[in-house]
Design a binder for this molecule. Structure first.
Ligand code: 0GY
Length: 307
């Protein structure tokens, strides 16, 4: 890890620098574990950020991502296109090509994308597109354009990754239900974890997964969702305890439709930047048995991205 600081607000980004020198996790990942949600940013000098972006990230290169992968004990990555790169997938594709087959990607495309361009993305290791409904991150794209893209990418057996806020699920439900591919939800549909995990808001998300067998969830981002925060800040024995009942519930009810990732380099976190080693130590709290861990970290992501 080359970056010198920990937890500083940088001049250019407005969010915290990612954590350098992460701990070696105590939890030993199973062989072949996949970090199924992470990003590369730039470097901006080589892969410029999108003019329409809502935030400017700090550079987070493929070499730094692969070093983190090895340090934590992961075998593979799924690199998700973030909004700061818009529909310019070059940085992500460059990382896939340098990964020796150890990374797959999720792209952002526009309606104007050609079949040849989709095929080239597929050949590089892309296995899906991301539709982002988080209003602070993107201007909205017409639903008919998204449906058209989803219908076209089905030919390559790609998935659609959806990122939305829990309060918007009722309005988005029918649209999501109309999409013809596997759907993978970012960060458990971003529940408000100060509400109960068996309360109406999260219950709706569970119902969504129950009623739609093509829907998977990333049980990711305790650091983003937590109100109680990490152990170092709140003195509790385990970090992010308020997120555990939400993630554990999904892992136990849908053991074959959940995946996990670091979300490195954690864009837009303004108060607390997680130590990625401690994030890995969170996993056994949400997937308490070896069997659940094997599915979450190896079998499920391999089925989704490498089969
Ligand atoms: C995340 C988080 C965020 C940003 C993006 O595409 C993006 O820009 O994903 C966020 O700010 O919530 O890693 O999903």
């Amino acid at each position: 890890m080359s970056k010198p600081t920990t937890g500083d607000f940088t001049k250019t980004t407005g969010w915290m620098d990612w954590y350098t020198g992460p701990a070696k996790p105590t939890f030993k990942l199973p062989a072949g574990a996949v970090d199924a949600h992470c990003h590369v940013f730039g470097p901006g000098a080589e892969f410029p950020y999108a003019p329409e972006r809502k935030y400017t990230p700090c550079d987070a290169s493929k070499a730094e991502l692969f070093a983190l992968r090895d340090h934590l004990g992961f075998d593979k990555n799924v690199i998700v296109q973030a909004t700061c790169h818009g529909a310019d997938n070059r940085a992500m594709v460059d990382a896939l090509k340098a990964s020796n087959g150890k990374a797959r990607g999720i792209a952002t495309v526009k309606r104007s994308v050609t079949d040849e361009e989709i095929q080239a993305l597929h050949d590089a290791g892309v296995r899906g597109v991301r539709f982002n409904f988080v209003k602070r991150l993107v201007d909205s794209t017409p639903r008919d354009e998204l449906l058209e893209i989803a219908t076209r990418i089905k030919k390559w057996n790609w998935q659609v990754v959806i990122y939305f806020e829990a309060v918007d699920l009722p309005e988005l439900w029918d649209f999501f239900a109309s999409l013809p591919t596997t759907l993978v939800v970012d960060h458990m549909g971003t529940p408000n974890v100060s509400k109960p995990a068996d309360g109406p808001e999260f219950e709706l998300f569970v119902k969504f997964m129950r009623e739609h067998k093509n829907v998977w969830s990333k049980v990711t981002c305790p650091e983003r969702l937590s109100v109680s925060g990490p152990a170092a800040l709140n003195g509790e024995q385990n970090a992010y305890t308020d997120v555990i009942p939400f993630a554990k519930r999904l892992v136990e009810e849908f053991p074959d439709r959940v995946i996990w990732g670091t979300d490195w380099p954690h864009p837009n976190l303004k108060k607390h930047m997680p130590d990625d080693g401690l994030l890995v130590d969170f996993i056994p709290h949400i997937a308490p048995t070896k069997e659940l861990q094997q599915k979450l970290l190896v079998d499920n992501p391999m089925r989704l991205y490498w089969s």
